[in-house]
Every structure is written in C-alpha cells, then in structure tokens.
Design a protein around this ligand. Structure first.
Ligand code: NIG
Ligand code: FE
Length: 402
C-alpha cells in the first residue's frame, strides 16, 4: 500500500465528528487546522493534524508540497444530468433573446431536443460523453458525482445511460419520469411503459429514482405512483420539485420519506418549515436559477429553520451548463445568504449524505476515503470568494494525486 503525505498546508478544513447530515449551526461549524498535514495510506486517510505533530514516517512516502495551498474534502456533486449528447447552445441564444425555457419545452424543444440527440449517440457515445463531463467536474474539484439518466426515455437508452454512468464511476439515478417522449404523449400510459418495461432492470443499475414534478411534466398523483413503484423495487427516492411552481413536491417527499427534494426556487415559508421538520434534504441548485434567470431558492431560511441543505450544480445542457461547485459555493454566498463554511458543508458532508455515503466521503478524517480538494490559496474561503476563478490547484482521489 502506498502512502501519500501532503505537508505544510496553510490550512486544512473539515467538519468535526461523524454525524451526518449537518443542520442549522452545525452546517457552518467548520474546523480549520493551520499549518497542517494530511497523510493517506492507500485509498484511505490515515491522519490529519498540525505539522508540529507530524510523526516520523518510516518507509516509502510520496510527498506533496502544500505550501500556499489549503485542503478541503473533495467536493461531492449530488445532482447532475451528466449523461447526454449534443448541446443546447442554439436554445441558449434564443433564451438570451427573450424566449422562455418552458415555452421551448412545450414546443418540442428543450429537454426533448436532448432526448433526440441522446437516443442517437449509442452506448459508446454516451460513455464518452459521461467520461468527458466527469473530467470537467474533476477539474472543478468534484471527486464524487451523481448522474441521472432521463434523456433516453426509451428502454434501451435509459438502461444504456445508467450503465454508462455506473461504468464511468458516477452514482446512477434513474430519472425515468423526466418528460414525456413523443411516442407516449399520455403521462399515465408512459408510466405504464416505464414501470413495467424499464424499472425492473433500472432497479439493478441505479441507486435512486427521480421524478420531475412540475406543470408540463408529472403531477403529484403520477409522481406518487412512479415513486412508490421505485421504492418497492428498492430505490432511494428523490424529486425535482418547486422549480417553477409549488406543485406539492415537498408534502409528497415528506410522505414518502424521500432522500431529497431538489430545486425549490418557488418554495414558500410553509414549504421551508415542512422540510425543516422532516429528514428530507433540500438540494439547492443556484447555478440553474442563474442560468434561467429565475428567483434563487430560500437557502438562508432553510438553514435557519434547521432543514438539511445540500448544494449541487444540476449540470445539464439546458438549464445549467455548469460543472463548477466552487462557482455554486460563490452563488450560495452571494445569492442565498449562506456563509462559506455553510456552502462547503452543503457540498461535502450533506451532499455525501444525499448519496448515502456520509460515512465514507465528505470529511478529511482517519478512515474516510482519501478524496481531497487542494485549493490554490492559503485561505480556504477563496473556494467561494474567487468568483469564477482558478481556485482548484488539484485533487487527490482515493489516495492518488490527480
Ligand atoms: O433539473 N427540470 C428538469 N430537469 C433539468 C433540466 C433538464 C434540461 O433542461 O435539459 C433540471 O433543471
Ligand atoms: Fe436537475
């Protein structure tokens, strides 16, 4: 087993304890070690601490000079749509000239234009696309990413998407209820198809199921039917909810004990408190709100009310062509009223919780996977402060310098 020592770090930041998720004040209770080291043994962290407490190391140890850098847990992106082909740059230009996102979708563009391109890509093409997108994320400091299917919406392409996501090392979510494909214009009839023809195999490939509960997509009754069938097949439940309208996603998520409800740009006070009383995480996607020119989700209110808050990119070609969690942290601080420490906790410990991995990733502590973000600054808060800047000096993934 090879050992790797990162020495003379200006700062190392992590969150104390092993409890997850972090709520309320605990979300911002970051622990900062000045003049620090981090020692990895194989793919796990062996020790972290102050340089003056570094024990003498015998045997082969690869060293990384951390002078001028800070270390944080590798970032965890718990909501992405990384499996797609083609792009939506034409739609982006139309929107810049005033066209509406929902109008474009209703006219057969939007998500459905990506469905057409994704169906044509073939499994090898999808694998290459996922690999390329994950490499972009890695350069932005992400060491674990979730990725959803949902641009196939037929049996072959949905299953190929989930295999591509799994084989390229991301955490697969079956977004079988993303939109209605042209061959199934009726939502109930589409769900008959998806639940009988796709779910049995999707349940073996994916860890979670997701649904887009929104006007023009799936309503509460349809989302309930889809999610109950997915839960019975052993999948963790997640929802896209309150993106444009409050359409009952939070009450349904609470009733079904979903792991998360994501977006929440349209969530009001009642929704904030309902979420805070529950164990359902609210995954906030401020890059998506920015990209679509929509109101920001109520981040400050959710943290203050004690809800479990995570942050993610929502990386996709239509509503958030952004793979950068550091940029999302900047938006959390400038637009959602969150502190840098809260933003970091939301895309490390709490994002790991959303993916069911908080016992393994999201912290820099002995026994955790050696997934590390090296920040190109001696104050770790530059990760949020340097808006759109080159804040990532590198990553360590499973004990290997990337
Ligand atoms: O999370 N809202 C639904 N799905 C994606 C967008 C998908 C797309 O526009 O291609 C989202 O924003
Ligand atoms: Fe999404």
């Amino acid at each position: 087993m090879s050992r790797l020592l990162v020495r003379d770090l200006a700062q190392l930041v992590t969150f104390p304890g092993t409890a997850a998720p972090l709520r309320g004040k605990a979300l911002g209770a970051v622990e900062v070690v000045e003049d620090a080291f981090l020692l990895c043994d194989g793919e796990r962290i062996e020790a972290v601490g102050r340089m003056r407490d570094l024990p003498e190391l015998v045997g082969d140890v690869e060293e990384v000079d951390g002078r001028g850098f800070s270390a944080a847990p590798g970032l965890v992106d718990c909501h992405t749509h990384a499996c797609f082909a083609g792009d939506r740059v034409e739609e982006f230009s139309l929107r810049a000239a005033g066209a509406g996102y929902e109008e474009l979708h209703a006219a057969g563009g939007g998500i459905l234009s990506t469905v057409r391109a994704t169906r044509e890509a073939g499994e090898d093409g999808l694998r290459a696309a996922v690999r390329r997108h994950l490499a972009w994320m890695r350069r932005a400091g992400t060491t674990t990413a979730e990725a959803k299917s949902g641009y196939g919406l037929d049996r072959g392409t949905e299953l190929a998407s989930l295999r591509a996501i799994r084989d390229e090392g991301a955490v697969p979510t079956w977004l079988g209820a993303h939109a209605l494909p042209p061959e199934h214009p009726d939502a109930d009839e589409y769900l008959d198809f998806a639940l009988t023809e796709v779910l049995p195999e999707a349940a073996h490939l994916a860890e979670a199921a997701d649904v887009f509960l929104e006007r023009g997509a799936f309503d509460v009754a349809q989302a309930r039917r889809y999610l109950e069938a997915c839960r019975d097949a052993g999948l963790v439940l997640r929802l896209h909810g309150d993106q444009f309208t409050e359409s009952g996603a939070i009450p349904l998520a609470v009733e079904l004990e979903a792991r998360s409800v994501d977006h929440l740009e349209a969530t009001g006070e009642e929704g904030v408190h309902a979420l805070a009383r529950s164990d359902v995480a609210g995954v906030l996607l401020p890059a998506s709100a920015l990209f679509l020119g929509r109101p920001m989700p109520p981040g400050r209110a959710l943290v203050d009310a004690g809800a479990v808050v995570a942050l993610a990119t929502d990386f996709n070609p239509g509503s958030s062509f952004c793979e950068s969690l550091p940029l999302v942290c900047s938006l959390a601080c400038t637009q959602l009223g969150m502190a840098p420490a809260e933003a970091l906790g939301a895309c490390t410990v709490n994002a790991a919780h959303v993916l069911g991995r908080a016992d393994r990733i999201g912290r820099l502590a002995p026994g955790y996977r050696a997934d590390v973000l090296l920040i190109a600054a001696s104050d770790w808060r530059y990760v949020a402060y340097h808006l759109g800047g080159q804040v990532v000096a590198g990553t360590i993934v499973g004990g290997h310098r990337d």
